[in-house]
Write a protein that binds this ligand. Structure first.
Ligand code: F6P
Length: 341
């Protein structure tokens, strides 16, 4: 068989581990040929590809980023995008495509699958917001990076008796905020699923100082917004792809808290450091298992599916289910920690 693989959307630790696993399983165990499309869907739409052999994936298991490059280009954005993808797949003699990506990529995978392309998706995102899989690889690494940063920020916050508002990634969901906040013992956690009330937040932080504590750490997901009418809030507009640009919620919260509490408050935006660098052992294992099972699905011709973790098992779920909605943090997770607003 000839299998095409691509990585699309925001990168995440573990992408290279999937690519390596696909190549190992396909080439060594099945005698397949693997090609990689460069820069996500762009490579497929333009036929820009390279062969991927064992020597190409040697030493990449523990590396961050993606050896194939990524982009946010989606087939549906271009005129004739779907047709162009089909043409290149046919011209290159590709029997199946394994796109590795998040919500946008998997939606595109479903579109192409509906148009007749043989596709098996692999979910990735540090945000952990893909439904149908218990976990996405990249998430564990991102939570580890954020937790380490929070641990470090505590000591400087205490030295200066400050409030630090730490903004973590999470466009629509608060998975990273909740888990890193829990792991580091943050004093307040603000998530997109629950619009926040600035009064309530100021009260929680103010009470800490009133109780004689010398600092406070607030973790906020970048997509968090205030409850309507509770605080003036600048939005960030949209980027060139029409995605919502983040408003700088930490900066705005720091300003408000400083004004309300008379305490020094500083925003800290962790940003892309959460996405870079070497994947955790957990993410390497999950990514490797996803790659292995994606190749198996290709050989069983189970197309239009996505690999997923359910409990400890890797299974296949329809792409249609996987992209139907985002996986938000369930309410009962909030009750396990008292400081989620
Ligand atoms: O979807 C993953 C993610 O890391 C989000 O958490 C974040 O909002 C977004 O990507 C940032 O994307 P970009 O790299 O395009 O700024």
């Amino acid at each position: 068989m000839r299998i095409g693989v691509l990585t699309s959307g925001g990168d995440c630790p573990g992408l290279n581990a999937v690519i390596r696993s696909v190549v190992h399983r396909a080439v060594v165990d099945h005698g397949d040929e693997v090609v990689g499309f460069r820069d996500g869907w762009r490579g497929l739409l333009e036929g820009d590809h390279r062969p991927l052999g064992l020597e190409d994936v040697a030493g990449i298991l523990a590396t961050g980023g993606t050896i194939l490059g990524s982009s946010r280009v989606q087939p549906a954005q271009l005129r004739d995008g779907v047709e162009r993808a089909k043409e290149h797949v046919a011209a290159l003699g590709i029997d199946a495509v394994i796109p590795i990506g998040g919500e946008g990529t998997l939606k595109a995978a479903r579109l192409l699958s509906d148009a007749g392309l043989p596709v098996v998706g692999v979910p990735k995102t540090i945000d952990n917001d893909i439904t149908s899989t218990d976990v996405t690889f990249g998430f564990d690494t991102a939570v580890g990076v954020a937790t380490d940063a929070l641990d470090r920020l505590k000591t400087t916050a205490e030295s200066h008796q400050r409030v630090l508002i730490v903004e973590v990634m999470g466009r629509h969901t608060g998975w990273i905020a909740l888990n890193s906040g829990m792991a580091a013992g943050a004093h307040a956690i603000v998530v997109p699923e629950r619009p926040f009330d600035i009064e309530e937040l100021a009260e929680v932080v103010g009470k800490r100082f009133a109780d004689g504590k010398r600092f406070a750490i607030v973790v906020v997901a970048e997509g968090a917004k205030p409850r309507e009418g509770t605080m003036a809030f600048e939005t960030g507009g949209t980027d060139v792809y029409g995605h919502e640009r983040f408003a700088g919620v930490a900066r705005q919260l720091a300003g408000e808290l400083e004004r309300r509490l008379g305490k020094e408050a500083r925003p800290v935006i962790l940003g892309h450091v959460q996405r870079g660098g070497t994947p955790s052992a957990y993410d390497r294992v999950l990514a490797t298992r996803f790659g292995w099972h994606a190749v198996e699905a290709v050989h069983r011709k189970e197309f239009g599916m996505m690999t997923a973790l359910r409990g400890n098992e890797i299974t296949l779920v329809p792409l249609a289910d996987a992209v139907a909605q985002l996986k938000t943090v369930p309410e009962d997770r909030y009750s396990e920690v008292e400081c989620v607003l």
